[in-house]
Write a protein that binds this ligand. Structure first.
Ligand code: IMP
Ligand code: MG
Length: 188
């Protein structure tokens, strides 16, 4: 049986209202910066889905969306190896597009850095990153981030798109895992 999240939620780090307020600000900022551009939002599945669908409601300039999925080579669930492979590619030709990558969280930075390398070879007109969460102190590789929702401490979080072993993405807030109560399932 999948446990009720309340069994291992140690605290709500960012509540629904705070998410909404900050995402509205990001949307307004992006709308200002992308006037007269050809904006394409790219969401990396699956963690960024909830953020993308909320964010785009606050973006007032015309834009398209697309999705891609990546997996990291030879690494555990919480550690990335520095290289990713595309498991689901875009449907859009990004040449001449102003691409904004929409991510749930940047941790070591390896995932987004590999995705940026791959996409830049396709010669978009511009390429930037928007992340809801930034675990800045965990960074191992330098990543240029244009828009950040929240810088968060080095704690394992879930909810609002982020999963624990694929569950709990539906929660409307970002919660911190009580690792003493969830550790076995995290596979660390
Ligand atoms: P990076 O390559 O180390 O930057 O890892 C980024 C990916 O790791 C994210 O897209 C998430 O899938 C996952 N991740 C990192 N930290 C967390 C967390 O606290 N909760 C859930 N997933 C996380
Ligand atoms: Mg992710």
């Amino acid at each position: 049986m999948v446990q009720d999240y309340r069994n291992f939620l140690s605290e709500v780090l960012i509540d629904e209202q705070a998410l909404k307020t900050r995402i509205a600000e990001l949307g307004a900022e992006i709308s200002r910066d992308y006037q007269d551009k050809n904006l394409l939002l790219i969401c990396i599945l699956r963690g960024g889905v909830m953020f993308l669908t909320d964010l785009m409601r606050y973006i007032s300039v015309p834009h398209a969306i697309d999705f891609m999925a990546v997996s990291s080579y030879g690494a555990g669930r919480r550690e990335t190896s520095g290289q990713v492979k595309i498991t689901l590619d875009l449907n859009t030709n990004i040449h001449e597009k102003d691409v904004l990558l929409v991510e749930d969280i940047i941790d070591s930075g390896y995932t987004i850095s590999s995705v940026l390398d791959i996409l830049s070879t396709r010669k978009p007109r511009s390429l930037h990153v928007c992340t809801l969460l930034d675990k800045a102190e965990r960074r191992e590789v330098d990543v240029p981030i244009r828009y950040t929702g929240f810088v968060i401490p080095n704690k394992f979080v879930f909810g609002y798109g982020l999963d624990l072993d694929e569950y709990y993405r539906n929660l409307p807030f970002i919660g911190v895992v009580a690792t003493d109560r969830y550790l076995p399932e995290l596979g660390v």
